[in-house]
Design a protein around this ligand. Structure first.
Ligand SMILES: C[S@@+](CC[C@H](N)C(=O)[O-])C[C@H]1O[C@@H](n2cnc3c(N)ncnc32)[C@H](O)[C@@H]1O
Ligand SMILES: [Zn+2]
Length: 899
């Protein structure tokens, strides 16, 4: 491919692809996210669109631009993932741009495989890598096995359709069949520990409460810890557990619709424990959080089965009953059975079948460790005895399946592929089968754990029945659907495990690198994935000796900032920057001279972003574009919460010869011209808020990144952060002009600019101090000085809040002639219907006749959401604007007459 500019270096439909990406988060059937949990997966929509736009040339004319733009939008839709016409067209475009050969593409941080999957779909020769063995295994099941073995043998038939007469997708069929075999075998052995009720209903699961002894010496009863008592909390159905004291002991009964009435005054939402502070229902005394933790750590905590959730086949809805002695007896029996089975498997496997590997020390994310005695801080402690029994049984059956499949005379690699999916099935089951599973009264089901980026303590947990038909049972259907989707692509990826800081590929090997490195301290991949690693080691680890050679996942080269691992906060920052830089140097090394890289980075602050910029600059890669894509679901963004950016930035970078020196004056001039073009494009693509600045920085680096160093005429070196300040100033000017619809931006004060920009950037949300400081700086004001003077800026811990009229008092505002203060005062007077006072104020301050004043009010209103109080005040005020102006004029005349 020549070095001609690519589509993504010129333009990209940010808004539309962002919308498709957020929409995709609701899609489950056939989507790779259902194959296995992996944290911070990238949407396929944005991966597909950016990969494609990086592999085709920039448009020559406006017609072509519009056509390609529309194609990218259509093609990014989930519904078009398997559309043969669109795929064919995309592949053709790419082949043509690459001289008739499929481009060679690498993702060194492949994770769950979204980006390489989309390269594969585009027909590229694709390579994927990760440092983490669990990710590598997920990638093999996503990018290698379905493409290799999921082939349709009967070309006439539907992709992957199963039929008894013809084997069309052998992989799919075998996984389905052996999955069923595993289930039946396991059920035969341990099904009796989940007995049906006499009336034929089936236990969906059991609700447990952990317990601690009351610390009041005259009481000493057992406190069942429940964060709340609801079982079902729907508009039409309310059922709860009701705790009462009987003979000095807490007992429960089921109350609510279909049961005894909910006693008056009982509020099921208030449990017996909140933030580790527990209350004894017998004597009313309180156990503080520290003591609760200590009781757990000293091994003095217990657990109690409280309720059984039931389901009758053919009847909708669930029923509940309180657990009785018989339930406990069966549980004890399972416990005995576990002992025997465990001994047997220790001999057979040469290791404890229940994971005995230590939980990583990561108190920021793995909170559960605070509640475990030192000698129980192992992964096996996350399961109760019956869960352990189920787990090792399923694992044993998966291992046995491998032997049986081999006996059928198939290729051992194929057999390995089949059982690896069964291994993923066990992982899936255990996300529901552990003692951190929550019962959810709103969805009336057990919610799987490990989706969140932390392992918290769960006081009252659910134990699912793996043999029921409800959520959480052994179920491979989601997996099969995804495999079917993946089987339609027939080229396999080459998947490797290594650190991105030392890749095994030759120099100048790849046409493109599309990747998504870890973001600072956001997700502790290795620590979290140890849960799955220790399970996979037992189900399929022996088939992958190269991936499972260490007790837990390798951690030393993981690119993450973790003060516990790297010995301090500062050390962890240095480690992260250094490692990220090394990985960028590797990208630089293996990329062809005319190749292209797209690197995704998610960020919360411009700080995190600047770290990335420094790493890039140090690697020899030069940024040639940056697009912020809003890929999060809208519902996650609440107006008044802290302003978290929802965007991922897609950075385009190239390998370029750098010039030794640039002169600051010239670079500045170049920067201005370049930026004004770029900002226009960004504005047209609807990039707004803080993203606008980040994207601006991205494109600015294209200018000054060309030089090894930038100097002024006296020979002083100008650092990157100084240039970033220039960029912010230019971008701010541009944004304010646009927000005010090209008018009057020169007439407003720095403080007003800051107000307008804050509302436009963050709405009414609070903003990290440092973030706000930079924005203030670009408006020419010193934030630290401003918040001390009473005004609209208030500091709340590490945040800044920009106050609206409703947060301020009329008295405070009196006497100020600053625009925002007058505006706030006007709005408060308007709200209180003090019309004549309002008119005098507008008249006296001179703002009543000032077009700028109304323009600012209008711009602030446009930046706010419909629910905003400030917006309502502004809109009300602005609606009567023409009449007001008349009245101000009249008043003016009248005054003159009286004077
Ligand atoms: C943001 S995630 C990638 C997610 C991926 N794009 C997806 O959609 O699932 C970053 C990945 O980098 C991996 N990683 C961390 N350190 C690494 C290293 N030194 N070399 C290679 N991969 C590493 C993590 O295991 C994680 O899977
Ligand atoms: Zn008590």
């Amino acid at each position: 491919m020549d070095k001609k500019r690519r589509f993504i270096e010129e333009t990209f439909p940010v808004k539309e692809v962002g919308a498709e990406s957020s929409r995709e988060k609701n899609i489950r059937h056939g989507h790779i996210s259902t194959l296995h949990i992996w944290w911070a997966r990238r949407p396929l929509a944005s991966s597909r669109a950016t990969n494609y736009a990086a592999l085709i040339p920039a448009p020559d004319n406006i017609d072509e631009w519009n056509k390609k733009r529309q194609f990218i939008i259509d093609f990014s839709k989930w519904e078009n993932s398997l559309n043969p016409a669109l795929i064919e067209r995309a592949r053709k475009d790419i082949l043509k741009a690459n001289g008739g050969k499929p481009p060679r593409v690498l993702d060194p941080f492949g994770g769950g495989g979204a980006i390489p999957l989309e390269a594969l779909r585009l027909g590229c020769e694709t390579y994927s890598n990760d440092y983490n063995p669990v990710a590598v295994l997920i990638q093999k099941c996503t990018l290698e096995y379905p493409q290799k073995y999921g082939h349709v043998e009967d070309e006439q038939g539907d992709w992957g359709e199963l039929s008894s007469s013809k084997r069309r997708n052998p992989l799919l069929e075998d996984v389905k069949m052996w999955g069923q075999w595993v289930l039946e075998e396991a059920k035969q052995e341990i099904g009796r520990f989940y007995p049906e009720e006499e009336d034929g209903s089936i236990p969906v699961g059991y609700i447990w409460a952990r317990t601690i002894p009351c610390q009041n010496p005259t009481c000493g009863s057992e406190i069942p810890l429940m964060r709340q008592y609801w079982l079902a909390k729907k508009a039409k159905k309310k059922v709860a557990l009701y705790p009462y004291v009987d003979g000095g002991k807490v007992e429960f009964k089921v109350v609510g619709d279909g049961y005894e009435e909910i006693p008056a005054g009982f509020e099921p939402g208030n449990g017996s424990v909140a933030r580790a502070v527990a209350t004894c229902q017998v004597c009313g005394s309180v156990v503080d959080a520290k003591t609760t933790k200590k009781l757990f750590r000293d091994g003095l905590a217990g657990q109690r089965m409280v309720a059984v959730v039931l389901h009758s086949p053919g009847v909708t809805g669930k029923r509940y009953r309180i657990a009785v002695e018989e339930d406990v007896r069966i549980f004890r029996e399972a416990e005995e059975c576990l002992k025997v089975k465990r001994e047997k498997l220790i001999l057979e496997w040469g290791m404890d079948p229940v994971p005995d590997e230590p939980l990583p020390y990561d108190p920021r994310n793995i909170w559960i460790i605070n509640y475990l005695p030192v000698d129980e801080q192992v992964f096996g402690s996350l399961f109760n005895s019956r869960q352990k029994l189920a787990l090792i049984n399923f694992a044993e059956k998966v291992r046995q399946a491998y032997g049986k499949i081999l006996k059928e005379g198939v290729d051992s690699e194929y057999a390995k592929a089949v059982v690896t999916y069964l291994g993923l099935g066990v992982d899936r089951l255990t996300t529901h089968l552990n003692s951190l599973v929550r019962w959810r009264s709103d969805t009336i089901s057990f919610e799987r754990s490990f989706d969140r980026q932390a392992i918290p303590m769960v006081w009252d947990y659910g134990e699912v029945n793996p043999f029921s038909n409800s959520r959480g049972h052994w179920d491979l259907n989601f997996l099969l659907e995804t495999m079917k989707h993946l089987s339609t692509i027939s080229i396999p990826t080459i998947v490797t495990q290594s650190s991105a800081t030392s890749l095994t590929y030759n120099d100048n090997f790849f046409d493109a690198i599309f990747t998504d490195p870890p973001y600072y301290d956001n997700v502790t991949y290795a620590n979290l994935s140890d849960f799955f690693y220790t399970l996979l080691k037992r189900t399929v680890g022996h088939l992958y000796p190269e991936l499972f050679s260490t007790p837990t996942t390798p951690k030393s080269s993981e690119i993450i900032s973790d003060p516990y691992r790297q010995g301090g906060k500062e050390e962890s920052k240095i480690f992260f920057e250094d490692m990220l830089k090394k990985s960028f140097q590797e990208i630089h090394r293996v990329l062809k001279p005319d190749g292209i890289a797209v690197i995704v980075y998610a960020h919360k602050s411009t700080e995190g972003w600047e770290t990335l910029v420094n790493s890039l600059l140090g690697s020899g890669l030069i940024m040639t574009g940056a697009w912020p894509l809003n890929t999060e679901m809208k519902s996650r963004l609440r107006a008044r919460e802290s302003a978290a950016l929802a965007s991922s930035i897609y950075i385009v970078a190239r390998k370029m010869q750098r010039q030794p020196t640039g002169f600051y004056n010239e670079v500045q001039e170049e920067l201005k011209q370049h930026l004004n073009n770029k900002l226009e494009r960004l504005w047209q693509e609807g990039v707004g808020g803080a993203d606008f600045f980040i994207a601006a920085i991205g494109s600015a680096i294209e200018v000054f990144g060309k030089y090894e160093k930038v100097m002024d005429y006296e020979g002083n070196i100008i650092r990157a952060d100084r240039m970033l300040e220039d960029v912010r100033r230019i971008a701010t000017d541009y944004a304010v002009r646009q927000i005010l619809h090209n008018g009057f931006s020169g007439e407003i004060s720095d403080l007003t600019r800051f107000y307008v920009l804050c509302r436009w950037n963050y709405g009414e949300a609070k903003v990290q101090f440092d973030e706000a400081r930079k924005l203030a700086q670009s408006c020419g004001i010193d934030l630290a000085l401003e918040w001390n003077r009473s005004g609209f800026i208030s500091k709340e811990k590490e945040f800044i809040r920009v106050l609206g009229p409703q947060d301020r008092k009329l008295e405070e505002l009196e006497g100020s002639s600053k625009l925002i203060d007058v505006l706030h005062r006007v709005l408060l007077l308007w709200e209180k219907s003090k019309r004549s006072e309002m008119i005098s104020l507008l008249q006296e301050s001179g703002f009543g006749k000032s077009e700028t004043f109304y323009r600012v009010a209008q711009a602030v209103s446009e930046s706010l959401t419909l629910e905003s109080k400030e917006k309502k005040l502004l809109d009300g005020f602005l609606a009567g604007r023409e009449r007001l102006k008349e009245e101000i004029k009249k008043e003016h005349v009248q005054r003159r007459l009286f004077e």
